[in-house]
Design a protein around this ligand. Structure first.
Ligand code: COD
Length: 300
């Protein structure tokens, strides 16, 4: 399954409503227009100043039919307002507009007015590998330096998410810089713990977990074989889990900019998936991210 088939799987003539926080951005508005035109969503609620949103739409040649604009005077207010639409059931999924990731996440995590669902929220990206199949990368954008308990939650979120988009019985590779346990490298110890937890069935859904694995032997069966690693996960991973944000973010950008691979990400664990895109993402990548979020919601 690549992004094209994922998009096909998303219910056409969807009744879903999309809320965009501080949508003062032509690229984001364009992706939302396409989401309506492809029948992925029925309406888009955008927060921010109407004049600036209309100007951004005009510059990008986006027709705003099917959109409603809800005034907000700052990105913080725009984020809070869009989160309110989710909390009150007016919208089904949330998308980041032209504001920082931290600003939207703080509104999502707000103790009183936020939309937390799971104990821990995490970032999950789907990447279309050269073989044409989707694999997940986590966490490239939310949890900075997770401890072991947080890593367990991050992997559990990714396993649940994999099942929700049709990657059943996912194989998860917990990445480190080496594939052997080194007592001086905490990441290798944590990876081994996660692998044992996988074998003991300690995650909320079925998954095959192995680690530590270096990226080369997680990605390539051949590379694993050369190192004498016998693992069902090596070369077949559905989930690549990194152990800190910087590593994930570098890998995400290298796959996208150097590798030229299609990649799209969401935050998982809130009351709805949150579509995170950056300005540099292509319109197609933004649409893929919306489709990924919708797919994880399942049928209406
Ligand atoms: N899941 C659930 N609750 C969380 C999480 C999480 N992942 N992170 C924080 N919380 C809770 C805390 O327990 C606390 O109750 C409250 O939220 C505030 O937590 P703090 O004090 O850590 O909050 P902030 O505002 O300093 O940071 C939260 C962010 C998510 C904004 C922060 O972790 C962050 O900046 N992450 C990186 C985001 C980013 O810049 N990504 C861009 C890379 S592309």
């Amino acid at each position: 399954m690549g992004f094209a088939s994922l998009r096909k799987d998303v219910v056409s003539n969807s009744k879903r409503s999309l809320a965009v926080a501080w949508g003062v951005d032509g690229g984001v508005l364009k992706a939302c227009r396409e989401a309506i035109d492809h029948n992925l969503v029925r309406e888009v609620l955008v927060t921010g100043p109407a004049d600036q949103i209309e100007a951004a739409a005009g510059e990008a040649g986006v027709n705003l039919e099917g959109f409603s604009i809800h005034y907000a005077s700052s990105p913080e207010e725009g984020a809070a307002e869009a989160v309110r639409f989710i909390r009150e059931g007016k919208s089904d999924l949330l998308m980041k507009g032209q504001l920082s990731t931290g600003t939207i996440l703080r509104a999502v995590l707000h103790k009183e007015f936020g939309i937390r669902a799971q104990a821990l929220l995490s970032h999950i990206a789907a990447v279309e590998l050269p073989a044409g199949r989707l694999a997940l990368l986590t966490d490239a954008a939310m949890n900075v330096k997770p401890d072991l308990a947080q890593k367990v939650a991050i992997l559990d979120n990714a396993i649940q998410f994999a099942w929700s988009i049709g990657l059943t019985n996912p194989k998860a590779a917990v990445l480190a810089s080496v594939e052997t346990v080194n007592p001086q490298m905490q990441d290798t110890i944590d990876a081994a713990c996660l692998a044992v937890m996988g074998r003991r069935g300690q995650f909320s859904r079925k998954a095959l977990v192995d680690g530590p694995l270096a990226f080369d032997n997680a990605y390539s069966k051949e590379a694993a074989k050369q190192k004498g690693i016998e693992s069902e996960v090596a070369g077949n991973a559905d989930i690549f889990m990194v152990q800190e944000l910087t590593a994930g973010n570098l890998l995400y950008k290298a796959l996208s900019f150097v590798g030229g691979l299609s990649i799209a990400g969401v935050i998982y664990g809130a009351k709805c998936p949150i579509v995170l895109t950056s300005r540099a993402d292509s319109a197609e990548s933004k649409l893929n991210a919306i489709a990924l979020a919708l797919r994880s919601l399942g049928d209406e």
